[in-house]
Unconditional design. Structure first.
Lengths: 242, 105
């Protein structure tokens, strides 16, 4: 059931340029966190025998931190194409949940815009976008800003790493890789507005650790999220009925 | 086109589809109340699920010792985040804390 009438009206179209630049500014912690990791990826990929173009193709078309490192390992181990593609699919499947929870904030957009916004959904851009969407009336231009800034940082970092060939002295001294966990901490704290949310986060966090220790692969994130959200929404429904 | 590039494109496609499909399929649909309620809990759950292994697992094992520098550095981050809700401040405190801990521990 498409709600055609919502088109153009429900989306905040005020001052697209301002929205976009605010998005770029809000993406600064993501850019700061991505750059050194991307440099490390670039170096590692070249050392594993990938060409400059292959290394960059991965950052341009895959644009997914953890799975690019895994892919480099799989190329080095000369695994079968099917194994490589399927592993990548599983590692990145969690984005399905993130996109689904961003969707209600992007009502009224055309297929083209949605398909373009989808290219930029990562753990980090999702965290920034959904915190902002939940707290302020931001439009999709904000999301373009966050996504493009983060993507640029990742691609630039990869290029620097792939060209330099070795870790840039000094950059690895600065623990910039902690920028991303620190950012997650703050965004999570902002999201925990009531006790139900807090319990959801504690449950998801606990389950994620437990499942990571019990099962191979990255299933812990998807499973922990699905279980915790299901328990929380079921509990909330029961509470509202009574 | 080399086989490597074809594999990379394949990996790109399977990464892109889960990112794009829910946006395209759900954005312009009336979603049931139950699904909306469920989706409301996803952001906090997914962030917590991503964060805890980063802080509490080292090399695939549970580590809550003082040698886990990320866990130690997370404590001032939580404090600053709860008090200020300031993203940049939290990130700078975090990076500063890791540097201090790496230097003195």
């Amino acid at each position: 059931m498409r709600t055609e009438t919502l088109r153009e009206t429900s989306v905040n179209t005020a001052a697209p340029v301002n929205e976009f630049t605010t998005g770029v500014a809000k993406a600064a912690p993501v850019m700061m966190g991505y750059f050194p990791i991307a440099v490390a990826y670039g170096v590692l990929a070249r050392e594993a025998g990938l060409t400059l173009w292959e290394t960059m193709a991965m950052s341009l078309f895959l644009y997914a931190g953890a799975s690019q490192f895994i892919a480099v390992g799989m190329f080095a181990a000369a695994m079968s194409p099917f194994t490589m593609i399927f592993t990548t699919f599983l590692v990145n499947l969690r984005h399905l949940l993130m996109s689904a929870s961003l969707a209600p904030f992007l009502k009224g957009l055309r297929f083209r815009s949605l398909a373009l916004l989808g290219t930029g959904v990562t753990d980090e851009t999702f965290a920034v976008n959904c915190t902002e969407f939940a707290n302020t009336r931001r439009g999709h231009y904000f999301m373009y800003g966050v996504n493009l800034a983060s993507y640029s940082s990742w691609v630039t970092g990869s290029l620097v790493g792939a060209m330099a060939g070795t870790l840039i002295p000094g950059l690895d001294q600065l623990p910039l890789d902690f920028a991303l966990p620190a950012m997650f901490i703050c965004l999570l704290v902002i999201m925990l507005k009531d006790n139900v949310m807090l319990c959801t986060a504690v449950l998801a966090g606990g389950l994620s650790i437990l499942l990571a220790l019990l099962i191979e692969g990255n299933w812990n994130i998807i499973l922990a999220t699905v279980i915790a959200a299901t328990v929380a929404s079921g509990w909330e429904k029961c509470r509202k009925r009574s | 086109m080399s086989e490597t590039i074809l594999i990379i494109l394949g990996m790109g496609v399977v990464t892109y589809l889960p990112r794009m499909a829910p946006l395209v399929l759900l954005a312009n649909r009336t979603i049931s109340e139950g699904l909306i309620r469920w989706l409301r809990f996803v952001p906090a759950a997914v962030l917590a699920a991503l964060l805890t292994p980063e802080l509490l697992l080292r090399g695939g094992a549970f580590d809550i010792s003082l040698s886990n520098h990320y866990l130690l550095a997370a404590l001032p981050c939580f404090a600053v985040a709860i008090r200020t809700k300031n993203l940049f401040l939290t990130v700078f405190v975090g990076i500063g804390a890791v540097m201090l801990i790496n230097t003195y521990a």
